[in-house]
Design a protein around this ligand. Structure first.
Ligand code: JHZ
Ligand code: SAH
Ligand code: ZN
Length: 410
């Protein structure tokens, strides 16, 4: 394997630079004033592999800089996501865990948002979650969790201690792991002959169609499509047997993977690959288009925010999402244009946003004095958020959204 930032982490071909974002901080690296001068930055560059079509970051910070005992993202902050993961768990229990003594493993299990349903049903389970603070929340709920990064080595240790798994799950974690070959080799070891890996991640097709460029940040090492994902698993004697689009996180894809030949391949896999060809996921020019769309989106958002400021309007950010770090830093949005960002997560409150250093304030401050405009950094939760903010609307408040295009609503 060639090393360095210019080679595909899946097939080793030379990457093409698709979108350069400039220097970026750690997306979840909320900080205090004392730490401003020590802040870490890296070059955020989206790369396209012309051989296996995997879209990926060219440079990635060390995993320990992102996932540690002060990780700022707790999964259970959205009611919609809690419901989504209950449905996911129910589907796995009914479809794959009906035999006695079934065993389910989840990587990136975070605060136990999904695994709690297996634990509550008395199913043998194991969570693998390297960020110790979020893992502790799960452990306190009685969910068996180990604080480690998953890889091939750990898969061997798990099989020795617990045996192989009927189901191996991951939501918004597979695309976070740069050393995918070790992970997939681990999946091979861990899965029973009839076992399945089911995982979901933000879908490249949605990112292109919606110009949701804020999905691009340090933690997201890969931007999967059915085409590129199939290539990866085939290298390891595994295959994609089903794909199911999911209406969460701005458009995700759920992949069902099995040992080659173990299960029939759904026509949805073939159909989705045809859609990807039509969308141009195998053409470098598609990504030149993305780059232009991103530049237009940035200009439109900046124009809007500058106009509002000139007109004396108060603008506050709603939800200090990881995604907002890309938007604020790429567009150059500071507290000059956005007074503060309201967020419900205690660990983020009282700190400053990465790079742009916009203050993060408790949600109560948003409610206490509504701004004229709320910039919806949590646009992926728009339905849930707009529904519960009827009072803001009644008070004359308006939403600014920037996906799929920059506009004012409400
Ligand atoms: P949300 C994270 O992305 C990081 P983020 C990670 N890389 C990933 O892929 C996805 O999650 C799964 C706040 N909030 O879910 C709470 C409100 O304040 O879009 C959280 O700080 N009020 C693993 O960070 C933040 O939003 C609300 O009403 O982009 C979560 O943002 C709601 C619903 C959320 O994830
Ligand atoms: N599944 C949850 C959490 C996603 S956050 C959800 O969808 O909401 C991504 C999680 O993956 C983080 O908690 C992070 O600590 C964890 N993670 C990162 N690298 C990992 C690895 N190599 N193995 C297992 N978990 C990992
Ligand atoms: Zn490749």
């Amino acid at each position: 394997m060639k090393n360095g930032d210019n080679y595909c982490r899946v097939c080793n071909a030379e990457l093409k630079l698709a979108v350069p974002f400039g220097k970026m901080p750690i997306a979840n690296g909320y900080l205090t004033k004392d730490d401003f001068d020590k802040e870490y930055f890296f070059e955020l560059q989206l790369g396209f592999c012309p051989n296996c079509y995997m879209v990926q970051l060219m440079t990635q910070p060390d995993r320990e800089k992102m996932f540690h005992e002060n990780y700022a993202f707790f999964s259970s902050t959205s009611a919609r996501m809690a419901a989504h993961f209950k449905e996911f768990a129910d589907l796995v229990i009914k479809g794959y865990l009906q035999s006695a003594n079934s065993f389910v493993v989840e990587i990136g299990s975070n605060d136990g948002i999904m695994l709690q349903h297996f634990a509550n049903s008395g199913i043998r389970h194991l969570g693998i979650e390297p960020s110790a603070n979020v893992a502790q929340v799960a452990i306190d709920k009685g969910i068996r969790t180990i604080t480690r990064f998953f890889d091939e080595q750990l898969a061997g240790e798990i099989v020795e201690e617990y045996g192989q798994a009927n189901a191996f799950l991951g939501a918004n974690v597979m695309c976070h792991i740069p050393y995918l070959h070790s992970v997939v080799a681990g999946v091979n070891i861990l899965l029973k002959p009839e076992g399945v890996l089911i995982f979901e991640d933000p879908y490249l097709g949605d990112i292109l169609e919606k110009t949701s460029y804020d999905q691009i940040y340090d933690e997201h090492a890969f931007y999967f499509s059915v085409t590129s994902t199939s290539y990866l698993f085939e290298q390891h004697g595994l295959e994609v047997v089903d794909v199911q689009p999911q209406n969460v996180h701005g458009g995700s894809m759920r992949y069902v993977i099995a040992h080659q030949g173990a299960r029939p391949v759904s026509i949805a896999v073939v159909a989705q690959r045809a859609k990807e060809d039509a969308l141009g996921l195998r053409n470098a020019e598609t990504f030149e288009g993305l780059r232009k769309n991103i530049e237009h989106s940035r200009d439109a958002l900046l124009n809007l925010l500058r106009n509002l400021k000139q007109n004396g309007k108060r603008v506050v950010g709603y939800a200090a999402t990881s995604k907002s770090t890309t938007v604020t830093n790429y567009c150059g949005i500071t507290s000059d244009l956005v007074e503060f960002i309201s967020d419900t997560t205690p660990i983020k409150q009282g700190k400053y946003s990465p790079g742009a250093h916009i203050p993060i304030r408790p949600y109560a401050e948003f409610q206490a004095r509504y701004p004229d405009y709320a910039l919806l950094f949590g646009w992926n939760h728009a339905e849930e958020i707009i529904a519960k903010e009827q009072q803001f609307k009644a008070a004359g408040g308006k939403w600014i959204v920037y996906v799929p295009k920059v506009q004012v609503v409400g």
